[in-house]
Design a protein around this ligand. Structure first.
Ligand SMILES: [Zn+2]
Length: 168
């Protein structure tokens, strides 16, 4: 079966920074990426590069930053009052928060965000809410492990079920 809309794809890949060759993420046969193809769960160019492939096929392609996680934006770098980071005694919680820490937060609409601490001063903490891979050109090398038809339930849920898919 070929990869197309309404198929569930299992694949393994190594993701590296296309410019530096630095390893970013690796999956293998025992822990593959499994996803419902064609519902926008993946980077659009990632899906386009896999279209029509079948089990056993390999792939090797790059996706520029602007078509992947976007380019870093100054608007995503914000100052947050340091009292947000105080412990229950009213002191800055240095045990929990230091430069480089990734902090889970939520915005005014309740969306979950992760921000990285860039700088800490007495008054404020400078945080970067850009995606960690913003500005990174991606290089994927891998192999298709399995392609099967999605069930009607998977299509109605918009995700793959079963091992390495949604468990519910
Ligand atoms: Zn489901």
């Amino acid at each position: 079966m070929q990869i197309n809309s309404n198929t569930v794809v299992s694949l393994m890949y190594a993701l590296t920074n296309d410019k530096t060759g630095e390893a970013i993420e690796t999956t293998d046969e025992n822990n593959p990426l499994v996803f419902l193809y064609g519902v926008g769960a993946m980077i659009p160019d990632f899906e386009t590069n896999l279209n029509g492939k079948k089990a056993g096929d390999t792939f090797d392609f790059s996706i520029g930053a602007s078509l992947a996680y976007g380019l870093p934006s100054e608007e995503e770098i914000v100052m947050i009052p340091s009292n947000v980071f105080h412990d229950d005694k009213g002191n800055f919680d240095h045990a929990m928060f230091s430069v480089g820490t990734l902090v889970p937060m939520s915005d005014g609409q309740g969306h979950q965000l992760r921000g990285r601490i860039l700088e800490i001063t007495d008054e404020a903490v400078k945080m970067d809410f850009n995606h960690p891979l913003a500005g990174t050109d991606l290089h994927f090398v891998g192999k298709i492990l399995d392609v099967r038809s999605a069930t009607e339930e998977e299509i109605s849920h918009g995700h793959a079920h079963g091992p390495h898919g949604h468990q519910h």
